[in-house]
Design a protein around this ligand. Structure first.
Ligand code: GLY
Length: 566
């Protein structure tokens, strides 16, 4: 009787949210750049942004909106939105408190350093990237519950729109149809039971995706709390499915998973206070290293995307990524010299061999001496009270391990590939690492996710983040340099072409639209240049307090991303 009453309440609340706040699962069009006066949500999908907006309009704050948006993304953006993965949240609260929350996946207790090596010691990346052995213990659900004390609503209210979307379905876009079709073969080969992501024939734009098993899992989470995922039926479904298929996540691993609050990376760049994610993400450290390496140069005078400004950023990135490979890993397990890596004298010394007009070289420039298929997704939110939240979450590759937990209907991550599975062997993003990021039971794999908030006079000025594997820190860096040094509006800061260098391979990647003349100048300096696919899908909110419509919220044009607000 009590249960029936409980579900009636949830159904009532979810219906109210869907009706009153314009959530339109069967007919929608992405908004890319909005100017609003009170609050905004930017995410990878229109329906998820609508869900976040609806929660804000109902009186929720930015944390409520972040939780509801992330659950909605787990339904409407299955390639990266997730409950089977992990993520990071950076928040600035209206009372001045800043926090970062780590809900990164962990290596299962049965994991070991050489688990992805064959008998001859060769790395088998198929195993770390695909299938039942590729997953770390998921952290997303624990993370969202850890954030809940900062929210106004209870979880059943925040998860209700996601339940309804999974149960009743939503219409998919052309990009989502193409993406699901490209993963079809893996879904069919890996999963013994039928999965919602495979239909008879191919997906096309306008088809409806219904996920009844996922709806049931979300209901268990709404009803039982964190235990609805990490214990009981859902946990047994995860363990049974993995055990049958030689996966190694145990019931104990699930029960023991804990999200962790951590001290955020905080520093000043040209008078702006920047707040970002610490280890086990390399993102915040790389952001601080690069910005501090270029702060004493007149970047503004060099101008946007001239050979000079591109070279400067490239050389700073080369050095930061070399340090990432050498030193960074989960600081709960290995000693990472964070203080030294962020020391200004050290960073200036790192740039002492930078020669304007001449390409650096990753053979000569290693780490300093001190005694992401890319599928991740980002949510940027500001509410009317001045709370700001920046969340980046991931399954790692697109649709993660492509394992859909039998009966539970959600996709598991392939985050184990973010460990250094063998020293010097590149992961799926081409990033190398060593002992600092070696696999160990319970350890978190090194990430590049860079959810970031910038304050000006202690008030939110920019909320930003992006997917993109190792290109994440560089997209965030360039979006911020575009705003702070080149005075760009939010739209240009996000959508102008980007470039990327990550030490190894020693290649300067440029996006379509990058000036051919500047590329030629850089080649003449000695850079190897390659054009690559899109760099990032940045969700950015910029606040200009003196304007009436003070919030500019921009969803990256590179995808289906969407900005909502009022
Ligand atoms: N899986 C991508 C990252 O965490 O950097």
């Amino acid at each position: 009787m009590r249960q029936k009453f409980y579900f009636l309440i949830i159904a009532f609340v979810s219906n109210c949210l869907l009706v009153t706040a314009q959530i339109t699962p069967y007919h929608y069009k992405a908004q890319k750049d909005i100017q609003v006066s009170s609050a905004a949500v930017v995410s990878a999908h229109t329906i998820a942004s609508q869900v976040g907006e609806s929660i804000l309009k109902k009186g929720g704050n930015a944390i409520d909106a972040a939780i509801a948006t992330q659950f909605a993304l787990a339904v409407v953006y299955p390639g990266a939105g997730n409950i089977g993965g992990g993520g990071f949240m950076v928040a600035h609260l209206k009372n001045g408190k800043n926090f970062s929350l780590d809900y990164r996946e962990t290596a299962p207790a049965a994991a070991f350093k050489n688990m992805y090596l064959d008998a001859d010691g060769n790395a088998v990346t198929d195993m770390s990237q695909l299938g039942y052995k590729a997953s770390g213990v998921p952290g997303t659900v624990a993370g969202l519950f850890a954030a809940l004390p900062y929210a106004k609503f209870k979880m059943p209210v925040l998860i209700a729109p996601a339940i309804q979307l999974a149960e009743k379905g939503f219409v998919i876009t052309k990009a989502e149809a193409a993406s699901l079709n490209s993963a079809r073969k893996d879904f069919m080969e890996l999963n013994k039971e039928p999965v919602a992501f495979v239909k008879k024939g191919l997906w096309k734009a306008g088809d409806t995706l219904i996920q009844p098993q996922l709806a049931a899992t979300l209901k268990r989470i709404g009803k039982l709390g964190q235990k609805g995922f990490y214990e009981g039926i859902t946990a047994r479904m995860i363990q049974n499915d993995l055990k049958k298929n030689a996966g190694i996540i145990s019931l104990e691993d699930l029960k023991n998973y804990k999200a962790k609050f951590r001290d955020p990376i905080q520093f000043n760049y040209r008078g702006y206070q920047i707040i970002s994610m610490p280890l086990p993400s390399s993102g915040g450290i790389i952001l601080q290293q690069v910005l501090k390496m270029i702060e004493n140069k007149d970047v503004q005078a060099m101008q946007f995307q001239t050979a000079a400004s591109v070279q400067l950023l490239t050389e700073a990135e080369r050095r930061a990524f070399a340090d990432r490979a050498q030193y960074m890993g989960d600081a709960d397990f290995v000693q990472v010299p964070v203080k030294q890596l962020l020391d200004n004298t050290y960073l200036q010394k790192r740039m002492s061999d930078y020669v304007p007009g001449k390409a650096g070289n990753s053979k000569e420039t290693g780490a300093g001496f001190i005694p992401e298929h890319e599928e991740t997704t980002h949510i940027s939110i500001i509410d009317g009270a001045g709370n700001a939240v920046s969340v980046t979450t991931t399954l790692n590759g697109s649709y993660g391990s492509r394992v859909v937990i039998a009966g539970a209907g959600f996709i598991m991550n392939n985050e184990m590939d973010d460990f250094s599975i063998k020293e010097g062997v590149p992961n799926m993003y081409g990033a190398v690492g060593n002992a600092a990021n070696a696999i160990a039971p319970g350890k978190r794999m090194l990430s590049s996710m860079t959810p970031t908030i910038v304050l000006k006079n202690n008030k939110p000025f920019v909320v930003v983040g992006t997917p993109g594997g190792t290109t994440i820190p560089t997209s965030v860096i360039q979006s911020l340099v575009n705003i702070i040094d080149f005075n760009m509006n939010a739209d240009d800061a996000v959508n102008k072409p980007k470039f990327h260098h990550q030490w190894l391979p020693d290649i300067l990647y440029i996006e379509k639209g990058f000036s051919p003349a500047v590329a030629d100048s850089l080649r003449n300096m000695g850079y190897t240049i390659e054009q690559r696919s899109a760099i990032g899908r940045t969700e950015l909110i910029k606040i200009n307090p003196v304007q009436k419509k003070k919030i500019e919220a921009v969803a990256d044009h590179r995808g289906d991303d969407d900005a909502r607000g009022y």
